[in-house]
Structure formats: structure tokens, C-alpha cells
Design a protein. Structure first.
Length: 434
């Protein structure tokens, strides 16, 4: 019989070590999503004019959103690669590697010559760098989620894991504010050099993030797997054999969350500017809404520890179905107050209450030996479909003349399907996950 060495018990959120781990997950996710979501905002305002101007306004924006989608398509690949090694070699090592790759891709985008300078090579290289970003962030989420979840006491897992996605909101805030700042500073030079500076600043943020991440310990769950020789050479085979339903249901729920993010912060930003709302005002309001989203996400995560992941998520999805058309009508009203109210409803309410429980909800569906692989596959597959394709589909429906009614029906249908499938999923609150 194998004797398993004593391993430190899961800590308390009040301990110094636990605070460091939660802080590492929050700050690391903020930095990674600063890079990843900075591209999303830039795709709405800049990249179509710098790399696709020869296609004409409508199709240039469509092409810009398509490169945005490529990054989301690459996220499941990153989830599979990093998930495998995260289950075999450890969560911490993969977190460090994902951050380095993200920094390389983001800084390179900031240095990339335009189509006017090097021709078609520019959008091709841009697409490849976006793929690298997608692979990196695809590995980031699973590692950060498990570092928080597997260290936390069972009654506070939802709140601890919620800091991962709250970090994503913080990254969106930082990216939006810095892009807005340099849009104001550079003025007419924004399309020449102003948009590049936020991408180049990633090098500084990545350095800070690496210092923080190198100080955290491996999770107790992974240490137990190592001690008991429970790791598998190909954890994804375990997922496909025993957790296919969990992958599908987790993916559908994640699609709903990311469709809200994409509809408001990507398509909505472009639609508001296209209807005459000032660009800087849009970016500033987006940042304000992201602050609300971050705070409400943490509240929703804590609420999921009391009520359960499912009630919080299903309630938010139902609210989204009801509010889909009003939010889009406000987005396209051509007024700054309309855009601001739409962001508070879409981001601060619907998205945040979906976001709060989603990390714990997905991760708790999988056993420790294949959790990085399974959770990453479900979550990143959902991010690919929800965030990657929602702006493209919405823009295509607009080009086809469907108006916001058709776009609202599409969005509401995504949320309704997620609410139904989530109701079929076992509740993870209180489950023994080791």
C-alpha cells in the first residue's frame, strides 16, 4: 500500500499565504487580460484602419473582428497544451510560461509595421501574433483558476476563484484607460503611434507579474496527485472517457458569459462610435462599467458560495434574455448616456453575475487528476465560440439588414440555452474536489 506523505491542509482566506495566492491569481489574470482585451478594444477602433483600410469601412471592421476571433479560436489549443502539462508537471510552471508567451505576442503587435509599409505581410503577422496571444491566455485561465480554487477552503471556493475573472475585468479597465489616455495624448497621431504604446507597456507589466507568480506555492491537490502517483500521461483521455458531458455543459455556460462580454465591449463599442458617440467618452465609460463589473463579479462569486453556482448563473442568464433588446437599443441610440446605461446593464449586471460563479462552476465538474485539461477545454471552447464569434455574427447580421432586433434575438437565444443546460448540471458548491 502506498504511503502518502503529509501535505499541508488547504489554507484559509485570512492567512498570509492564501492572500498571496489570491493576489497572484488576480494580478496575473489582470496582466494577461490587459494584453488580450487590449486587442479587443483596438480591433474596434484602430486595427481596421491600420491593417485593413483597403477593404472599405464595413468589411475592414469585419476583418478586424475576424482577427480578434482568431485569438479566441486559438484559446482551446492553449487550454489543451497547457492543461496537459498543468496536470502532469504542475499548475505553477504553466502559469509562468503562459505569461511569458503573452508578453512576447503583445509587444510584437506594438512593433508591427502597417500594411502600407510591408503590404499583406502585416495582417498575416498580426493574425499569427493573435494566435500566440490566444494560446497563452488559453493556458492562463486554467492555471490561475486552479491555484485559487485548490488552495481555498471548500466554503469559500467560489469567492476565491472569482478573483481570477475579476482580474480579467481589472485588466480590461487598465487596458481601456491606457488606450484612452494615449488616444488623448497622441491626438491625430493615434493611428500612427498612439495605439502602439499600450501594447509596448505590456513588457513592464509582464515583468511585475512574473515576480509575483514565482513566489506562490504549488496547489495541495497537485501535491497529493504527485505523492499518490495519480497523474496520467494523457489527462485529456481521462476527460474524454469520463467527463464529456461536463465539457459540453461547461462550454455552453461559458459561451453565454463571453457573448455578453463581446456584445457590449467589442461590438457595442464599435456600434456606439459608429452612431456618433465620442470615442474617448466611450472608452472612459467602458472603463467605469468594468469597475462595476469587477466589484459585482466578486459579490456574485461570494453569493454563489451561499446559494450555489447554478441559481446565481441561471438568474443572470434570465435577466440577460429580458434585457437583450433594451441594451442593444441603448448601445445604438447615439447618445453617451444611452451607451453608459447599456454598459452598466450589460456588463455591470448581466455579465458580472454570469462571471462570478463561472470559474468555480466549470472547475468543480472535473476530478483533480484531469481538472486543468477538462476545465480549460470547456472554458476555452466556450470563450472561442462566445467571444470569438459573437462580434462577427452581430456585424454580419447588421450588414445583412437584420437590425438590432435580429441581433437581440440571437443574443437572447444564447443566454436561454445556457440557462437550460446549466439547470441540468450537478451543483458544485460543497462538493469534495480533492
Amino acid at each position: 500500500m502506498t504511503t502518502i506523505p503529509a501535505i499541508a491542509p488547504t489554507g484559509s482566506l485570512n492567512t498570509k499565504d492564501m492572500r498571496r495566492i489570491i493576489g497572484s491569481s488576480f494580478i496575473g489574470s489582470a496582466i494577461e487580460y490587459y494584453d488580450f482585451l487590449l486587442y479587443a478594444t483596438a480591433s474596434s477602433l484602430v486595427l481596421d484602419k491600420v491593417f485593413f483600410a483597403n477593404l472599405g469601412p464595413g468589411f475592414a471592421l469585419f476583418a478586424s473582428f475576424a482577427t480578434l476571433a482568431v485569438g479566441y479560436v486559438a484559446r482551446p489549443l492553449g487550454g489543451l497544451i497547457f492543461g496537459h502539462f498543468g496536470d502532469v508537471l504542475g499548475r505553477k510552471k504553466m502559469l509562468v510560461l503562459s505569461m511569458v508567451l503573452m508578453g512576447i505576442g503583445t509587444v510584437a503587435i506594438g512593433l508591427l509595421p502597417t500594411t502600407a509599409q510591408i503590404g499583406i505581410a502585416a495582417p498575416i503577422i498580426l493574425t499569427l501574433l493573435r494566435v500566440l496571444q490566444g494560446i497563452a491566455v488559453g493556458g492562463e485561465w486554467g492555471g490561475a483558476a486552479l491555484m485559487a480554487l485548490e488552495h481555498a477552503p471548500s466554503q469559500k471556493r467560489g469567492f476565491a476563484a472569482g478573483f481570477v475573472n475579476a482580474g480579467g475585468a481589472a485588466g480590461a479597465i487598465l487596458g481601456t484607460l491606457i488606450l484612452s489616455l494615449f488616444a488623448a495624448i497622441s491626438g491625430s497621431g493615434f493611428l500612427v503611434w498612439g495605439w502602439r504604446v499600450p501594447f509596448l507597456l505590456s513588457a513592464v507589466l509582464i515583468g511585475v507579474g512574473l515576480v509575483i507568480r514565482l513566489k506562490v506555492a504549488e496547489t495541495p491537490a497537485f501535491q497529493r496527485l504527485e505523492a499518490a502517483a495519480e497523474k496520467r500521461r494523457l489527462p485529456i483521455l481521462d476527460v474524454l472517457a469520463h467527463s464529456k458531458k461536463a465539457v459540453v455543459l461547461g462550454l455552453v455556460a461559458t459561451v453565454a458569459f463571453y457573448s455578453c462580454q463581446a456584445m457590449t465591449t467589442v461590438w457595442g463599442v464599435s456600434a456606439a462610435v459608429g452612431h456618433g458617440v465620442d470615442k474617448n467618452a466611450v472608452l472612459n465609460l467602458k472603463a467605469v462599467a468594468a469597475v462595476v463589473t469587477m466589484l459585482v463579479t466578486l459579490y456574485a462569486a461570494r453569493l454563489s458560495d451561499r446559494l450555489g453556482r447554478k441559481p446565481v448563473f441561471i438568474g443572470a442568464a434570465a435577466a440577460g434574455v429580458v434585457l437583450a433588446y433594451p441594451i442593444l437599443a441603448l448601445m445604438t441610440s447615439g447618445t453617451i448616456w444611452g451607451f453608459g446605461l447599456a454598459m452598466l446593464l450589460g456588463n455591470g449586471l448581466v455579465q458580472a453575475f454570469l462571471c462570478g460563479p463561472i470559474t468555480a462552476y466549470v472547475a468543480e465538474q472535473f476530478p483533480a487528476r484531469s481538472r486543468y485539461s477538462g476545465a480549460s477545454l470547456a472554458y476555452q471552447g466556450g470563450s472561442m465560440l462566445g467571444a470569438g464569434f459573437t462580434p462577427v455574427i452581430a456585424e454580419a447580421l447588421g450588414i445583412a439588414g437584420g437590425g438590432i432586433w435580429l441581433i437581440a434575438v440571437f443574443w437572447a437565444a444564447v443566454l436561454a440555452v445556457a440557462a437550460v443546460t446549466t439547470a441540468l448540471t450537478p451543483e458544485g458548491k460543497g462538493r469534495v474536489i480533492d
